[in-house]
Design a protein around this ligand. Structure first.
Ligand SMILES: NC(=O)c1ccc[n+]([C@@H]2O[C@H](COP(=O)([O-])OP(=O)(O)OC[C@H]3O[C@@H](n4cnc5c(N)ncnc54)[C@H](OP(=O)(O)O)[C@@H]3O)[C@@H](O)[C@H]2O)c1
Length: 393
């Protein structure tokens, strides 16, 4: 089959890795739509190279610049602008596959549009599941959309789970899911040192090259917390069935333990092209450009329990999952605001967890029965976090 792809977040880290895999298999994949926020120069290059039918930029100014540039290049790609244009890409009739790789809550509406349109969704935007996991999975079930996890841990779990897990893990003999975490760049720092760390240090991940937001989340371990919530919705897993173990080498991408004591794991070099290629080709396998895993060169695979005191964000995510309803959406929003502020050097690293914790205390927990509920919870927590930050800095 030739798959027609709409790539949301085309200019980002996942977008780049996706296009790298896609370009290796021109007989299998065709790019029909590309979307991003404002980076029209990168979009121009991508349009010249992949010739999509549609390109969307959230920012109107940038879309105008892209439209003019492509006209001068005599490229016939149609350029649309605004948040609605992202959803247009996601629901485009010519696309059978949507790669959801926009960062943050900004990816929610377009990922939901792909779900409603019954697409095959390669899901990198974990925030969709954190904000509205129940609604998203329901929308996929109703439309017949397929969800293939791109997040490396969830892709690993997906590869290890037996068929029928949607009915409940216990029903298919699964005891628990163990998500591995690298522990980020500050795994061995003393707590008092964490006060002074810079955005550059936080973004300098030992094993993975990623966008700035997820890199900071990795350093606070909020990323792992968001992934626990993501796994809960993706795999219909209870809180008690979800564990985290720190594994600094990032070679074991996650594990599934069965009732009989068997544990299956997926291993590989830490390179997002592996889970992306897996999801693109599923159930087949294609080359991703990732080299063979040299276990002897890795030498040792080590595992330690996460330190919930040093990495408070991980515990906050478990609490939000336990509270349910709008709590995960609120946590995610407060974190997005705090991380942005940290990246802009307005607050310290430890203030991220403090902001999230206080914002969670301030906002109430309400049921999320519509997308509007999720968006309202997101907005309320953003406002609460902004007020808390104003007091901090
Ligand atoms: N990077 C990884 O290795 C990795 C691993 C697992 C999961 N993920 C998940 O994948 C997603 C993308 O992460 P990333 O690291 O690739 O991020 P990134 O490098 O920062 O790229 C973000 C992408 O989203 C676009 N974008 C941002 N805000 C937008 C908006 N308001 N409207 C439309 N597009 C917007 C950006 O466009 P512009 O360039 O125009 O700003 C860019 O294309 C995140 O949800 C992350 O958690 C990433």
């Amino acid at each position: 089959v030739v798959r027609s792809i709409a790539l949301l977040g085309a200019t980002g880290s996942i977008g780049k890795s996706t296009l790298d895999v896609v370009a290796r298999h021109p007989d299998r994949y065709r790019v029909v739509a590309l979307a991003a926020q404002s980076n029209w120069k990168a979009m121009r290059e991508l349009c010249l190279r992949f010739r999509p039918r549609l390109a969307a930029l959230a920012e109107p100014e940038a879309a105008r610049a892209l439209r003019e540039a492509l006209a001068a290049d005599a490229v016939s790609t149609e350029v649309r602008e605004g948040a609605g244009a992202l959803a247009d890409c996601a629901a485009l009739a010519e696309a059978d596959t949507v790669v959801a790789a926009i960062v943050g809550a900004a990816g929610l509406a377009s990922t939901m549009a792909a779900a409603r349109a019954g697409k095959r969704i390669l899901l990198a935007n974990k925030e969709t599941l954190v904000l509205a996991g129940g609604l998203f999975m329901q929308a996929c079930a109703a439309s017949g959309a397929t969800v293939l996890p791109v997040d490396s841990e969830h892709n690993a779990v997906f590869q290890c789970l037996p068929p029928g897990y949607e009915r409940g893990l216990g029903a298919v003999g699964v005891r628990r899911i163990v998500l591995t975490a690298s522990g980020g760049p500050f795994r061995e720092r003393r707590p008092e040192e964490l006060r002074e760390v810079t955005p550059e240090q936080a973004c300098n991940h030992p094993n993975w090259v990623m966008g700035p937001k997820i890199s900071v989340d990795s350093a606070t371990m909020m990323n792992k917390g968001l992934e626990v919530i993501e796994a809960h919705f993706l795999f219909n897993a209870g809180i008690g069935e979800l564990e985290v173990v720190v594994h600094p080498q990032s070679v074991v991408h996650s594990l599934v333990e069965f009732a009989d004591g068997s544990v299956l794991a997926q291993l590989g070099n830490p390179d997002m092209r592996t889970p992306i290629a897996h999801a693109l080709a599923y159930p087949e396998r294609v080359a991703s450009g990732v080299g063979p895993l040299d276990l002897a060169a890795v030498g040792a695979l080590t595992f330690v329990r996460p330190d919930f005191e040093r990495f408070r964000c991980l515990g906050l995510a478990y609490e939000a999952l336990r509270a349910g309803g709008s709590a995960p959406a609120a946590l995610n929003a407060a974190n997005e605001v705090a991380v942005q502020s940290f990246l802009e050097r307005r607050i310290g690293f430890l203030d991220i967890a403090t902001t999230c914790e206080r914002a969670m205390e301030r906002v109430g927990v309400r049921p999320v029965t519509s997308l509007e509920d999720a968006v309202a919870a997101d907005a309320e927590a953003r406002a609460a976090a902004a007020a808390i930050l104003a007091n901090l800095s």
